[in-house]
Ligand binder design. Structure first.
Ligand code: ATP
Ligand code: MG
Length: 268
């Protein structure tokens, strides 16, 4: 547990957004977002490309402060001051689409990076933690390989091990399945589920891979047309009659979701 979680009230959700509006430049990307993510849950954030899923994540990490509304992580407002923000960020593990592995470092050195940057742990302890994290993603044997020697699925798992290095209580995944085949996708999804359960994490998965993600999710939200258009369980999502949500789930080009998000955003 981090300092950020220790001070939080017991009942606080892992993430809470209330009336949040997010702008990029002079465009409003998302408005009136209210959302509560319970501790220990897996929440799928779904929505068409360009709808603002990654933008939503960037406000949780403090990268994009909201123009209006409130964003809390473990009961505390996401700080704007850089030192406090840095402290809070240690409690959030982020897996980005591009993996972001450093090509001239080995797998083990990549996973060790957050420990070397943010802690003063000695070499022997760092090695043990790295070993443990690689074991957690099933890649202990790959410790001395370089990123170029890994398959896409292995590289994603190394990035996952690195995101877990500081034992963050909250994990956020931005499109964790991009570029992976169905088998590697299944491995990643079950790993996300298993880590959430065994390590007692809270996970937020941003994705347009609806059918791969819903089976492991406790909650689903759909964003489209600049706001939240659905909040509920995966079963409720599958049964929804909302034409906008149905259009997204079926991947239909025609319907209430504006196809050209940039046009829509420009007039927002
Ligand atoms: N750094 C930025 N500066 C300006 N506009 C941005 C920036 N990042 C995103 N946008 C705009 O915000 C809107 C939402 O983008 P975002 O990346 O959040 O969508 P997304 O739902 O994650 O899409 P995808 O599924 O394709 O990843 C888009 O219209 C995009 O052009
Ligand atoms: Mg995105």
């Amino acid at each position: 547990m981090t300092a950020a979680t220790a001070a939080a009230p017991l009942s606080a959700p892992a993430v809470r957004l209330a009336g949040v509006r997010l702008d990029r430049g002079n465009r409003t990307i998302l408005r009136d977002i209210s959302l509560s993510v319970p501790v220990g849950s897996i929440t799928a954030v779904l929505g068409p490309s360009g709808s603002g899923k990654s933008t939503l994540l960037s406000t949780l990490t403090g990268e994009l402060p909201p123009v209006a509304g409130q964003v809390d992580v473990f009961g505390q407002a996401v700080p704007e001051r850089s030192h406090a923000l840095l402290e809070m960020r240690k409690g959030i593990g982020v897996l980005l689409q591009g993996n972001g592995l450093l090509t001239d470092l080995t797998v083990a050195e990549n996973v060790a990076l957050p420990l070397r940057t943010h802690t003063r742990l000695g070499d022997a302890l760092v090695r043990r933690i790295v070993d443990f994290k690689l074991n957690a993603v099933g890649l202990r044997a790959a410790a001395d390989l370089y990123p170029r020697e890994l398959s896409g699925g292995m590289a994603r798992r190394v990035a996952l091990a690195r995101a877990l290095a500081l034992d963050p209580p909250l994990m956020i995944y931005d499109e964790p399945l991009t570029g992976l085949d169905p088998i590697a996708s299944g491995v990643i999804m079950s790993l996300i589920q298993r880590l959430n359960r065994t390590l007692g994490l809270t996970s937020i998965i941003v994705t347009h891979h609806v059918h791969e993600t819903l089976p492991i999710a406790d909650h689903a939200v759909v964003i489209a047309n600049g706001g939240l258009v659905f909040t509920g369980t995966p079963a409720e999502l599958e049964n929804t009659t909302d034409p906008l949500v149905r259009q997204f789930l079926r991947g239909e080009p025609d319907g209430p979701i504006a196809f050209d998000a940039i046009q829509r955003g420009a007039t927002a």
